[in-house]
Write a new protein. Structure first.
Length: 400
């Protein structure tokens, strides 16, 4: 493959060279176990403290002790959810229909353990029904769990407003936020937003796979998911992964430095891609309407054709995109997120997620805009819905 255009950054991101450079000494020269007592281990333990401080600043936490290092977003979510519930006698949980599988599947498991879980719906743009949340909170509500930004659509949930609703209804209810797709794309301040727990994953913000972090505020008690040694103040046992922790700290620092670029230039390139597709392809539709989204993501449905075929054709051209969450890519079922949004059956199977990063270039976007119309045209020619496609094309021409 001569060309590679990577537009699947919500699945994973390229490790920033500066992150890798920061990590390298802890693979080679500074390999000591940070829990050891001799002087050789001090640089490793200091590096962890420094990285914890960077995460504190990145997330707007009150102090470094509120940051727990984990292996990924899934572990962060499990630790927060199950750890908080272990310290509560209450049995009611509220979440949304559009959470990532690493969260939804935890709640399916907990339902089998006797918990009552309510799932809040979204409108056709993927926006959360906060009135439904307000009505569902009761005296037995132990936890509310809402993602900051959806991994498939990029739609942002009103986290501060949700926190205010929770605290006004039941001050004892804990609030967990899956911040994986928001981190590095929009400003995060857990203290200002009234968040009790928030998880992130390094490989979504140009750190390596295999490292994540969990913020737990000082007033929230959680039990450890992994039991063993004293690491992470007893909240997560296991020898600390020093190089990766250092890498996550550096990635958080760089994300802060590049946040304005993400929110302006990356957003501009995303909008250019979106407009180019809509202008040149008559059976394309933006599934989120005018909903507020993270700056790098667009979810576009191509009506009356199959998304898998689109992805295969794009792959031949060196273009990487996806039809939804990487964690459900083996499933033939349509996206649970798009189903919750009531995306029409004509578009749901032909929906493609495009997710950019700060490494995406103008030339790459131009290339996709140039090549995609022929891909779609070739696929529509073999679609069994020729009459519907013809009618749709005529309708679009009339409305132009």
């Amino acid at each position: 493959m001569d060309k590679l255009i990577y537009l699947d950054n919500n699945a994973t991101t390229k490790v920033d060279e500066r992150v890798l450079e920061e990590m390298m000494p802890y693979f080679k020269e500074e390999y000591a176990n940070p829990s050891s007592m001799y002087d050789f281990s001090k640089k490793s333990s200091h590096a962890i403290r420094e990285a914890r401080g960077k995460l504190k600043d990145f997330l707007g936490a009150e102090n470094e002790k509120e940051i727990i290092f984990t292996s990924c977003g899934s572990e962060s979510a499990n630790t927060a959810i199950r750890g908080a519930l272990a310290n509560s006698k209450k049995k009611h949980i509220i979440t949304t229909k559009i959470e990532h599988p690493c969260v939804l599947n935890v709640y399916k498991y907990l339902e089998k353990q006797g918990y009552k879980v309510d799932y809040i719906g979204v409108n056709s743009n993927g926006e959360l029904n906060t009135d439904e949340l307000s009505h569902l909170i009761n005296d037995d509500t132990a936890l509310v769990s809402v993602m900051w930004a959806n991994n498939e659509t990029g739609v942002i949930n009103p986290i501060k407003e949700i926190s205010e609703i929770i605290k006004s209804k039941n001050s004892e209810t804990k609030f967990f936020v899956d911040g994986v797709q928001a981190a590095g794309k929009v400003p995060i301040n857990v203290k200002e937003c009234g968040i009790d727990m928030l998880g992130i994953s390094g490989h979504k913000l140009h750190a390596p796979k295999g490292i994540g972090a969990l913020y737990v505020n000082s007033k929230t008690m959680i039990s450890p998911l992994i039991i063993g040694g004293h690491q992470e103040r007893g909240k997560r046992a296991g020898t600390e992964n020093v190089p990766y922790i250092v890498g996550l700290g550096k990635a958080a620092e760089l994300a802060t430095d590049n946040l304005n670029y993400e929110m302006t230039e990356v957003a501009r390139l995303r909008d250019k891609l979106e407009k180019g597709i809509l202008h040149n392809i008559y059976n394309a539709r933006v599934n989120t309407g005018l909903a507020k989204r993270v700056p790098n993501t667009t979810n576009i449905g191509f009506e009356y054709i199959e998304g898998e075929l689109i992805l295969l054709h794009l792959s031949d051209l060196g273009i990487c995109a996806s039809s939804g969450s990487a964690c459900t890519s083996g499933s033939l079922e349509p996206s649970h997120v798009l189903r919750a949004m009531n995306v029409p059956f004509t578009a749901i199977h032909g929906s493609i997620r495009w997710s950019l990063s700060r490494f995406t270039t103008e030339e790459e976007i131009d290339y996709v805009i140039e090549k995609l119309p022929k891909v779609i045209d070739d696929i529509t020619k073999i679609s069994p819905y020729q009459a519907e496609l013809k009618a749709l094309k005529e309708l679009k021409l009339i409305n132009k």
